[in-house]
Design a protein around this ligand. Structure first.
Ligand SMILES: [Zn+2]
Length: 136
C-alpha cells in the first residue's frame, strides 16, 4: 500500500516542511515563550530540507505578512460594517481602528510564523528537493 500524500493546506496549517510535509518548521509548536516563537531548526528533521534557503531568504516574508495584514484589515472592516456598522454620528471609525489594530497586534505571532510557511512553500514544492538532500 502506498503512503498517501499529506494535504498541502493541512500541512501548511500544521506548519510542516513543504518538501516532505512531515517535519515541523518550528522548534516550538506553540508561540510561547514569545522569545523563542521564531526558532527553527536549520534543516527539516525529517527530510533534511534547508529552511533558510539562502542568506536573507526570510526578508521576503515581509511581502507575505503585509498581504495577510491588509487582507485581515479589510476582513475586519467588512465584519465590522455588518455587525456594528459605520456611521458619521458616532465614533465607529475609532472603535473599528482600535479593534483592527488590536487584532493585528494579537495575531502578529501567527502572521509571522505563517508568513514563513507560505514564503517557503512558494519556493519548495512537494518532494522537489528530496534527491538533493539525500546526496548530502
Ligand atoms: Zn522535510
Amino acid at each position: 500500500m502506498s503512503e498517501s500524500i499529506p494535504n498541502k493546506l493541512v500541512s501548511m496549517a500544521k506548519q510542516k516542511c513543504p518538501n516532505c510535509r512531515k517535519g515541523g518548521m518550528y522548534t516550538n509548536k506553540r508561540i510561547f515563550p514569545l522569545s523563542k516563537m521564531m526558532d527553527m531548526p536549520e534543516h527539516c528533521p525529517n527530510c533534511g530540507q534547508k529552511y533558510e534557503i539562502e542568506l536573507g531568504f526570510w526578508y521576503g516574508t515581509g511581502y507575505v505578512s503585509y498581504g495577510i495584514s491588509v487582507g485581515l484589515f479589510f476582513a475586519t472592516a467588512v465584519l465590522f460594517a455588518i455587525f456594528y456598522g459605520f456611521s458619521y454620528k458616532n465614533n465607529s471609525i475609532f472603535i473599528f481602528l482600535g479593534l483592527a489594530i488590536g487584532l493585528m497586534v494579537l495575531l502578529q505571532p501567527f502572521i509571522m510564523r505563517y508568513s514563513r510557511v507560505i514564503w517557503l512553500s512558494v519556493f519548495v514544492k512537494y518532494q522537489s528537493s528530496e534527491k538533493i538532500n539525500r546526496d548530502k
